[in-house]
Write a protein that binds this ligand. Sequence first.
Ligand code: NCD
Length: 328
Amino acid sequence: MFHVVDTTIFDRPLLDDLCELTTLVRTVAKAPEGARQLQQLASTKRAMLYFTQPSTRTFLSMNNACHVLGIRTSEIRNASVSSEVKGETFEDSIRTFSSYVDLIVMRTPDPGYAARAAELMDSIPRPVPIVNAGSGSDKHPTQALLDIYTLERSFEGSGGIDGKTIGMMGDLKRGRTVRSLSRLMRHYEGVKLVFIAPDTFEMEPDIKAFLNERGIPFTETGRLHEILPTLDAIYVTRIQSEHDVDNESSRVDLAPFTIGTHELGLLKKTAAIMHPLPRGPEIAVEVDEDSRAMYWRQERNGMWMRAALIAKIFDVDQQIRELASHSS
Ligand code: NCD
């Protein structure tokens, strides 16, 4: 594994392997001795976190995932404090970062930048891997991985993701998390997707075409209450108003696309409620108390999954397996 720009590099064996590795990292890290041993695995490596778009979870979980493996990190979180303000091109900036570190994790407001960075790396003498931590409203591959891990764990006793009906709700048009997660669903058998959104924010045609080409059944609805009892998981998303061009979010009635105590009563006892966070009003705080609410676990899983992914990139995953076999 080298660059992680989009979800195309993942297949089912790799997804299963990453999920297993994530559990091993978590387990080993629980004991102080294990946590210390993990920190030896990549302690000669350095990573750059280049986040020119707001981020709390992805930034912190990537940063701490690096620390779990002993990787030292440096960061730029605002293009206005980099030489880009002096007119340096994006390509020259990325090439500069690569001079100092062994890995670049990046989030940008525009789609396509992570791909451009990866292409640049492939053309220089000392390339470093690029990990896309969210590109515009288009892609968020590492979020999709932690979502897969959380879903697999939620359905541990019932055959995993295969055969499940998964609802995705909210701003499906501009939500990069649901776009990347939908793409990964092709690796699971018998999955059905239900897209629940107001007309303005329905899933984009490119994802629907992708699902059609791969024979993944999906339906679209605006009626949450009718569909809720059929769902094994509901993945709720926030309205991405930062992408508004004409204040369109303010004209949409979002009340029918929220989860509160009434909706909990309609949902299966075994269902998983997911959200990439941050949340708006689409999940009431009372839902946090419900045992089906998975989003806080999902958040923590993000750190372990990203540590597993970075371990793969630096080829130290076998050592993690060895540490786990000694500790068990
Ligand atoms: C998501 C993102 O940035 O796309 N957040 C995250 O990475 N956990 C979802 C969002 O901002 O709505």
